[in-house]
Ligand binder design. Structure first.
Ligand SMILES: [Zn+2]
Length: 156
């Protein structure tokens, strides 16, 4: 880390600027990999475990970045991947996923989503569960009757 990291755009003071207690200073790449790794570990059903398979599937260099996270005490090497030691971040993502599951179930039970007013982004999302209902890129949107994301017409 350079001495003047505060002025270097490649580094971010996660603890001082973002409130990440005990996380110190990381490269932006490491913070990105940490956050995406945690989110993906939850999506994969292995909360807090970032697999080598997932890392190898990323089209960016991850070896050095993973080593940085390991040296920072945020990841620990295990067979087939890394165990995430940043418990607060894992817990936050788990809680957020549970909240999303709950609100999605409530929309399905209600039989409709709650659209918010369109804004300049041209995206319309459900006020309750956050699912996109209209989007400018033509990607998948929530099914009628409060359902989940429909098939993506771009890949049909
Ligand atoms: Zn909804």
């Amino acid at each position: 880390m350079p001495d003047d990291f505060e002025n270097d755009p490649h580094f971010i003071d996660v603890e001082g600027d973002l409130g990440g207690e005990g996380m110190g200073v990381l490269t932006r790449d490491a913070l990105n990999l940490l956050m995406h790794g945690v989110i993906n570990s939850c999506a994969d059903g292995t909360p807090g475990f970032v697999s080598d398979d997932w890392l190898n599937a990323i089209p960016a260099e991850t070896t050095i970045t993973a080593a940085e996270l390991e040296a920072s005490g945020l990841w620990e090497r295990r067979a087939g991947g890394y165990f995430v030691l940043a418990d607060d971040m894992v817990k936050m993502v788990i809680d957020q996923n549970e909240e999303m599951d709950r609100t999605k179930a409530e929309c399905a039970e209600r039989g409709q989503h709650v659209p918010h007013e369109p804004d300049e982004s041209a995206w319309v999302t459900c006020q309750h569960c956050g699912i996109p209902l209209e989007r400018p890129d033509g990607g998948p949107v929530g099914l009628p009757d409060g359902g989940p994301l429909g098939p993506d017409p771009r890949t049909a």
